[in-house]
Design a protein around this ligand. Structure first.
Ligand code: SAM
Length: 306
């Protein structure tokens, strides 16, 4: 049969290597969190074999039965020929080692803001200041808000999104992580329908890709919701609203942590009177700025002089 996948492996370890070799033969994109063919192979095999993603040597010798091999082949067929990202095929992924459920209504979690949460926003946020209220704008699967709640264990967190189908996934993740009493999911167009709290920390990974770039993206991205990726001609329709509204929702000593990825340069040209500082990330990624409440106010003032 044309385009058929036939694996010859029998153990978990053999399957990982055979699948990684197979994936490398095709022009696949690994921009959805799991960044290499070997990591993707290991995650897929662990999922099908019912093992933890970081399974050790002993589990590697475990023998797969025919049903498991058949399932691997079926997943690989969709991954390779339909170019569906692995996370959507499995309905789950990891960010900062934490599991999140996903479906095609949410962007697959991969934001480098996760690394900043692990570092408790050092050096932008002092551990001497309690983070009582945190807001995750454009939350999608809820991943950043949930990671923030796990890291700042005395905080109350609001997560919000304009898409009710995304919020359904966020709520599933909130329940999975036992966070119902600390995380509130709100349907809102940026700040419009928020409950009116002031936040110590606002994190936001909004859509920031210019629509003109849509045809150039690898096929895998076409499986993600367009409104999670694209935001107007320069990509910054939502990011600009977030910056300009932030000071009204931040505590006086609060900070906004905003990801705009490769649109960083364009953002700078949009606000020429403010010199953006970009956070240096240890594990790759780009275009995250951190603004204080005062800086957000300054941007509003200089922007209105224009
Ligand atoms: C890039 S995804 C980020 C998802 C998640 N924060 C993450 O890091 O994986 C952007 C999200 O913004 C949401 N969004 C788009 N326009 C919005 C708007 N006007 N107000 C609120 N959310 C919006 C989309 O539904 C999508 O879930």
């Amino acid at each position: 049969m044309e385009n058929s996948i036939a694996l010859a492996c029998s153990s978990v370890a053999e399957a990982v290597h055979e699948i990684a070799d197979l994936l490398q033969k095709y022009p696949l994109n690994y921009g959805h969190g799991i960044q290499t063919s070997i990591d993707e192979a290991a995650y897929l095999v662990s999922f099908v074999a019912g093992l933890p993603p970081d399974f050790g040597e002993q589990a590697a010798a475990h023998l797969l039965d025919q049903a498991e091999v058949d399932r691997l082949q079926a997943f690989l067929h969709k991954r390779i020929f339909a170019r569906i990202p692995l996370a959507y095929l499995l309905g789950e992924t990891l960010l900062s080692g934490v599991k999140f459920f996903v479906d095609p209504h949410v962007l697959i979690p991969r934001s480098p803001i996760a690394e900043m949460i692990e570092d408790r926003f050092f050096p932008w946020w002092s551990d001497k200041q309690p983070a009582r209220r945190i807001l995750d704008l454009c939350t999608g699967s809820g991943c950043l808000g949930i990671l923030a709640a796990l890291e700042f264990d005395h905080s109350q967190v609001d997560v919000s999104d304009i898409d009710p189908k995304a919020l359904r996934v966020a709520n599933k993740n909130i329940v999975f992580h036992g966070m119902e009493s600390r995380i509130n999911a709100v349907l809102s167009d940026v700040y419009e329908q928020l409950p009116g709290h002031q936040y110590d920390i606002i994190v936001a990974n909004p859509p920031y890709v210019p629509v003109s770039e849509q045809p150039d993206l690898p096929s895998e991205f076409s499986h993600e919701p367009a409104h999670a990726l694209f935001a107007g001609e320069d990509g910054l329709d939502i990011a600009k609203r977030i910056i300009l509204g932030a000071s009204q929702f931040l505590e006086p000593k609060g900070i906004l942590v905003l990801e705009v990825g490769q649109s960083a340069q364009t953002l700078q040209t949009q606000f020429p009177h403010y010199d953006f500082m970009w956070h240096e990330l240890e594990h790759g990624g780009e275009g995250i700025c951190v603004l204080t409440c005062e800086e957000c106010k300054q941007i509003v003032e200089t922007n209105s002089i224009e």
